[in-house]
Design a protein around this ligand. Structure first.
Ligand code: ADP
Ligand code: MG
Length: 415
C-alpha cells in the first residue's frame, strides 16, 4: 500500500516536472550563453580581419596576445590552407583562424538548464512522496495494528491520541475504532460476569443438595425432613434456568409469543391482589390510582412478568406498614405506569445497573429473586418498544417508571 501511494505521488510529480522542462526546452531552444558566444565570435572575427588588413599576420597575432586573456574560450591558430569560411587573411601571407577552445564546464553549462532541475526535482519529489505516503497510510497502519491487537484479545486497545489530532476523517476513523473496541470490551466483560454469576448462583443450591444427599445416605430416616428443603433448592435451580433462558431468548430478539390486545390494568390489578395478600404479613399495602383502562397491543406473559417483578420488588423493599403506590395513565400513544415505594431506594450510581443481570444492590435485604427480574423486565419492555427507568424519591423510596407504546392499530407487530 505504502509503496503504491509513494509510486503514485512520485510518478505524478515527476511527470509534471518533465512536462514543465520540455515546455522550457521548446520555447527557448538556445540557451542565452550560446547567443552571447556567437556574437562574441563574430565581433572578434571582424575586428581581427580589420587588423589583419592593416598590420598583417604578425600585427594581428600581437593584438590577439593583448586581448586573449579577455576571451579565454578562443584561440588564434594558423590556417595555411585558407579554405575555412571563417579564415582571416589571404592565402599568400598565411591565414589565421579563430578556434573555439570550448571550456570544461561547457557541456555542463549546456546541460544545466535541463538536468539539474530534473535531478533536484526528482530528489525533492521523492522525499515529499515518501513523507506523504507515510502520512496518508499511517491511520490505516494504526487501525490494522489495533485490529490485530483486538484479535489477540487485547480489548483495551485504543487509537493513539496523535491520530485524533490529524484531519477530520482520521479523527472519525479513530473514534469509530475506539467505539467498536469499547463495545467489544463491554460485551466480553458482561459475558464473563454472566458466566461467573450463573455458576455462583447454581453452586449454592447444588452444594446444599449434595449435603442433603450425604446426610440421607448416613441417616435415611432424615429423608422426609430434608425433602422440603431439597424441593426448595430444586425449585430455585428451576427458576434460575428458566429465567436465564427467557433472558437469553429476549436478548437474542427471539419470537417469544403472539401480541394481542390486552388491558394492562386487568393484569396489574391481578398482580396487586396477589401482592396485597402477600403483604399482609408485614402490613404492606399496594394501591392503584389513575386511568380506568390501559389498553394496548402486547404480549401478555412478558408484560405480566415485567409488572409482577417491579411490584413485588417494591413490596419486598417496603418497610413494615408501608404503602406501594401504582399509578397508570395514558399519554398520547403510550401508557405510563409508575410504581413507587417508601423503601431505602437505590444508590444514585446504581440506578442504571439494577437493570443488568444478577445485580443486587443490597445483598442484606432478603431478595425476592436471583437478580434477573429487572433485566428480564427491561428486555421485555424493549421488545415492546418501551422502556423502564428508576429514580429515587424524597425523602426515601424508589420510583420505577414503565413506558409502553400502545401499538393499537398496529396489529401486525409481533415478537
Ligand atoms: N423497590 C426497590 N427498592 C430498592 N431496591 C430495589 C427495588 N427494586 C429493585 N431493587 C434493587 O435492584 C436489584 C435488582 O432487582 P431484580 O432484578 O428484581 O432482582 P432481585 O429482585 O432478584 O434481587 C435488587 O436486588 C435490589 O437491590
Ligand atoms: Mg426482583
Amino acid at each position: 500500500m505504502i509503496l503504491r501511494v509513494f509510486a503514485f505521488i512520485w510518478g505524478a510529480t515527476l511527470v509534471t516536472l518533465l512536462l514543465f522542462l520540455s515546455l522550457i526546452f521548446f520555447v527557448d531552444l538556445t540557451p542565452p550563453k550560446d547567443v552571447w558566444r556567437k556574437a562574441e565570435l563574430e565581433i572578434l572575427e571582424q575586428e581581427l580581419a580589420l587588423i589583419y588588413d592593416r598590420e598583417g599576420p604578425a600585427g594581428t597575432r600581437a593584438f590577439w596576445q593583448q586581448i586573449a586573456p579577455a576571451h579565454p574560450s578562443y584561440g588564434l591558430e594558423a590556417d595555411s590552407s585558407c579554405t575555412h569560411p571563417s579564415a582571416i587573411g589571404v592565402s599568400g601571407d598565411g591565414c589565421l583562424r579563430l578556434v573555439d577552445l570550448g571550456s570544461a564546464d561547457d557541456t555542463l553549462a549546456l546541460l544545466r538548464p535541463v538536468t539539474l532541475p530534473l535531478i533536484l526535482g526528482a530528489v525533492v519529489s521523492a522525499m515529499m512522496a515518501i513523507f506523504l505516503s507515510r502520512w496518508l497510510t499511517r491511520p490505516i497502519r494504526e487501525v490494522s495494528r489495533g485490529l490485530k491487537a483486538i484479535a489477540e484479545g487485547h480489548l483495551e486497545t485504543r487509537m493513539p491520541a496523535s491520530l485524533r489530532t490529524s484531519n477530520r476523517e482520521m479523527q472519525e476513523l479513530g473514534k469509530d475504532f475506539d467505539l467498536a473496541a469499547e463495545r467489544l470490551q463491554a460485551l466480553s466483560e458482561g459475558r464473563n460476569r454472566l458466566f461467573h454469576d450463573i455458576s455462583h448462583e447454581i453452586r449454592s443450591p447444588l452444594a446444599r443438595l449434595r449435603a442433603a444427599v450425604g446426610l440421607i445416605e448416613i441417616n435415611p430416616a432424615r429423608g422426609s425432613s430434608l425433602a422440603g428443603r431439597m424441593e426448595g433448592d430444586i425449585a430455585r435451580l428451576d427458576q434460575l434456568v428458566n429465567e436465564i433462558l427467557t433472558l437469553a431468548r429476549l436478548e437474542r430478539g427471539e419470537r417469544l409469543g403472539e401480541f394481542q390486545r390486552i388491558d394492562l390494568l386487568d393484569l396489574v390489578e391481578n398482580i396487586i391482589a396477589d401482592a396485597n395478600f402477600e403483604g399482609r404479613v408485614r402490613d404492606v399495602k399496594v394501591q392503584y390510582s389513575g386511568a380506568n383502562t390501559l389498553e394496548l397491543h402486547g404480549n401478555l406473559e412478558l408484560l405480566h412478568r415485567a409488572c409482577e417483578n417491579v411490584i413485588r420488588n417494591a413490596l419486598a423493599h417496603s418497610p413494615q406498614g408501608g404503602v406501594v403506590a401504582v399509578t397508570g395513565r395514558l399519554a398520547g400513544e403510550t401508557i405510563v405506569l409508575e410504581i413507587a415505594d417508601h423503601g431505602v431506594g437505590v444508590p444514585e450510581a446504581d440506578l442504571k445497573n439494577i437493570f443488568n443481570p444478577f445485580v443486587r444492590v443490597d445483598e442484606a435485604t432478603p431478595s425476592v429473586g436471583i437478580g434477573l427480574g429487572l433485566a428480564i423486565a427491561s428486555s421485555a419492555l424493549h421488545s415492546h418498544g418501551g422502556s423502564i427507568t428508576a429514580r429515587n424519591r424524597q425523602p426515601h423510596g424508589l420510583l420505577i417508571e414503565i413506558v409502553i407504546p400502545t401499538l393499537i392499530g398496529n396489529a401486525s407487530s409481533e415478537l
